[in-house]
Design a protein around this ligand. Structure first.
Ligand code: ZN
Length: 174
């Protein structure tokens, strides 16, 4: 063991070498003047606050994937009791299980891969709406406010994830 004093970055407490000009983790100007150092820390805290806000939007979007699964399960239950004699119950049940399952899976997946999960969820949701529209054009109006809210949350969520990834890159958070 080398008996050497540990140099810790004043901004992110990463260790640095005395020869370093900038912190290799956060870019803190180790040899810069006091103003430059203070500015760096201030900018970083603003971005960290932004990240917290964006994180909330991403969470709301992930939450709306659970909502979609729930609403689909609920509306399928209602349709189940109003199925016509000649409707194929097996096909209906399989479709319901697949769709509800897919949105639940996207919701869980969005915790680790938010961009892919939210984009997949949004695409599937729009495809389902388009298919419904082809089968029954009046179906688009059913729960239209819910539909707009859900699409809005998903789109906002996707934008928030992209924005927060950009900021994380700037903050050198891996
Ligand atoms: Zn640092």
């Amino acid at each position: 063991m080398e008996n050497q004093e540990l140099n810790l970055c004043a901004c992110c407490t990463n260790t640095y070498q005395p020869v370093d000009t900038f912190c290799t983790n956060c870019g803190y100007p180790l040899q810069g003047n006091e103003d430059a150092q203070r500015n760096h820390i201030a900018n970083r805290s603003i971005k960290e606050v932004d990240l917290i806000e964006l994180d909330k939007k991403v969470k709301a979007a992930s939450q709306s994937l659970y909502w979609i699964a729930g609403i689909m399960a609920f509306s399928s239950l209602i349709s189940y009791f109003t199925l016509a004699e000649n409707d194929d119950i097996t096909v209906f049940l399989i479709t319901t299980v697949i769709l509800v399952g897919a949105f639940l899976a996207f919701a869980v997946w969005s915790k680790t891969k938010p961009v892919t999960a939210l984009i997949s969820g949004l695409s599937l949701y729009i495809i389902v709406q388009l298919l419904n529209l082809m089968v029954d054009p009046t179906s688009i109006l059913k729960g239209i406010i819910f539909k707009i809210l859900i699409i809005g949350y998903l789109v906002k969520g996707i934008m928030a994830v992209l924005e927060s990834e950009k900021i994380k890159k700037e903050l050198f958070i891996k």
